[in-house]
Design a protein around this ligand. Structure first.
Ligand SMILES: C[S@@+](CC[C@H](N)C(=O)[O-])C[C@H]1O[C@@H](n2cnc3c(N)ncnc32)[C@H](O)[C@@H]1O
Length: 211
C-alpha cells in the first residue's frame, strides 16, 4: 500500500476531530455498527475484478478494505492523515491512501465511487456531485451511504465535528446528482443505527450511474 499527498491541501472542514478519533475509530460502537454497511452496499453495486474504485472520506477503511478484494484497486481519499495512517497499517496491497480534500483534485478516474458517512461533512454537496461525475468513467457508478434528515442529535456537537448537514432529504441530493449529469438515482434504506442516546437513525444508500 502506498500513500500519496498532494503538494498543498486546503481542507474545507476541520480534520482535527478525525485526527483525534482515528486511533480508536474502529472500536467505537458506531463504527462497529457501520461494519454492516459493506455487504449491504455491495449487494447493490456490481463490481468487476478490473475496476478502479474511489472511497470518498474513507477514514480507517471500514468500507475500502471490504471492497478491495473484489476489484483491481481502491483509492482511499481522506483529509485526515491520522485516519489514513490507521488504514495504511492494515496493509492492504491494492489500496492507495490519498491525503487531501476532494476539492483539491482527484488522482485518477474511476469505475465506481463509494462513500460511507462522509457526505454530511461536505458543505457544497452539489459541487461534490459534480466532482464525482467528473471523476467517473462513462458507465461508472456511485454508491453513497449517509444519514436521512435527523434532528441534530446524532453527532451532538455538530460544529466541533465538522458536520455541515443534519442528514439529507433524498430529493435534494437526487436533484444535485442529476444536475451533475448522473442518472438512475435510487435511494434505499439499508440500516438503522442505534445510538447510545436511545434514538435510532436510518441510513440511506444512494446509487446511480454516469451515462
Ligand atoms: C464520519 S468519517 C467516515 C469514515 C469512514 N468512511 C467510515 O465509515 O468509518 C468521515 C470522513 O470523511 C472525511 N472527509 C470529510 N470531508 C472531506 C473532504 N472534503 N475531502 C476528503 N475527506 C473528507 C473526514 O476526514 C472523515 O475521515
Amino acid at each position: 500500500m502506498t500513500t500519496t499527498h498532494p503538494p498543498q491541501s486546503t481542507p474545507t472542514t476541520p480534520s482535527s476531530h478525525f485526527d483525534a478519533a482515528a486511533r480508536d475509530w474502529d472500536q467505537r460502537p458506531m463504527s462497529q455498527q457501520l461494519a454492516a454497511v459493506p455487504p449491504l452496499l455491495l449487494a447493490h453495486l456490481p463490481l468487476s475484478p478490473t475496476d478502479q474504485v474511489l472511497d470518498f472520506g474513507a477514514g480507517t477503511g471500514l468500507l475500502a478494505t471490504q471492497i478491495a478484494p473484489k476489484v483491481a484497486h481502491v483509492t482511499a481519499l481522506d483529509m485526515s492523515a491520522a485516519m489514513l495512517q490507521v488504514l495504511d497499517e492494515k496493509g492492504v496491497a491494492n489500496i492507495t491512501t490519498h491525503h487531501g480534500d476532494i476539492f483539491d483534485g482527484l488522482p485518477g478516474r474511476y469505475h465506481a465511487i463509494v462513500s460511507c458517512m462522509a457526505l454530511h461533512h461536505v458543505a457544497d454537496t452539489a459541487a461534490l456531485m459534480r466532482a464525482f461525475a467528473a471523476a467517473l468513467h462513462p458507465g461508472g457508478r456511485i454508491a453513497l451511504v449517509d444519514l436521512y434528515a435527523e434532528d441534530g442529535s446524532f453527532h451532538g456537537d455538530n460544529a466541533a465535528k465538522g458536520v455541515q448537514h443534519l442528514g439529507f432529504a433524498p430529493e435534494a441530493l437526487q436533484a444535485q446528482a442529476e444536475q451533475a449529469g448522473l442518472q438512475g438515482i435510487v435511494f434505499t434504506g439499508i440500516l438503522h443505527m442505534q445510538h447510545r442516546n436511545g434514538q435510532s437513525y436510518p441510513l440511506f444508500l444512494m446509487t446511480g450511474h454516469k451515462p
